[in-house]
Ligand binder design. Sequence first.
Ligand code: MN
Length: 400
Amino acid sequence: MTTARSTWVPGAAGSPYDVDNLPYGVFVHDDEPPRVGVRIGDQVVDLAPVAAGDMLEIGHVFEAPSLNPLLELGRPAWQSVRTWLTGLLTDEAERDLVEPHLVPVEEVTLRMPFEVADYVDFYCSLDHATNVGRIFRPDDEPLKPNWRHLPVGYHGRAGTVVVSGTAVRRPHGQRPESGGPPSFGPSRRLDIEAEVGFVVGAPTTIGTPVPVDGFADHVFGVTLLNDWSARDIQAWEYVPLGPFLGKSFATSVSGWVTPLDALAAARVDLPGQDPAPLPYLQVGPGAGLDLDIEVLLNGETVSRPPYASMYWSPAQMLAHLTVNGASLRTGDLFASGTVSGPERAQRGSFLELSWGGREPFGDGRTFLEDGDTVTLRATAPGTSGGRIALGEVTGTVLPA
Ligand code: MN
């Protein structure tokens, strides 16, 4: 797990993309076809020719324009590839093989890193769920009776998951109007949700639930995720079946997928679950993740949501998602729900930061304006003692 060996890649040692990180993506360089790369420092390792040169048996998976062929190989292969890569990037004797295939990260364009199969979004932050309950249903208990017994979620739209950098057009829809019927037009309450996405690699067959301790056998890695949300459309449509068109127009993910093994030192205990969940949802120590997320609006930090504050763990989300026998497919994506901590400056949506639009924040902001750019970043403890970065996810709002 821990490696004391240092990388020979210039500038990478001690950086947020040191050899203990090694996120995967799909990149395009010049006119060449898209293929799989790994980031080290400010370079991308073009894996296909390196694997061919090293006669790696499974090297063909790096020639694909998506991570899916690698994802479906399963955890033993993911671990052996990581060990191989770590050796290549730390052993000076391998430098002649690898160095010709390093591409500066500023010269590449990242594509959508995997083909999304099914997409589920959860609602796992106690602070977020409590805030939203208070804002949307001020006369009720903020948490519904089920909330502490299961990780609440809904099925989202896989086909509109886009890679970081993709512009997002303000959606049209039905907007509630006080004292009358709804109007139709561009959303007036366009928002973000700062989330973490989990990418499923190894599939299952229908009828076989994944227990909480099977999480790492099926989940390959982590992305940052922005669940763009039209709050006016959402507030009108969501009763009684949940989010629909207020969410399905776009969901952005980072171009880099951070492998779970890179987050081994980021594992922390959950804040605590009361009442104890049913046996199929019970987890031991280290089920949470210590990720420090940052939300930037047009380059200014507006929030720092702490992932360690999440009530439900990713292993519990996966166990719940499959407990009815629903199968997993390679490329399934499930997201945590908005990450919000207990402090105002830790809220992961503008809905909460502006308290339903009633309390402007920053320089008088409530919801997103056309031309706004939102960027999510995150860091985590790395296995070598420093901090590693997750790939950022950014997007700019286009007018309706
Ligand atoms: Mn969400």
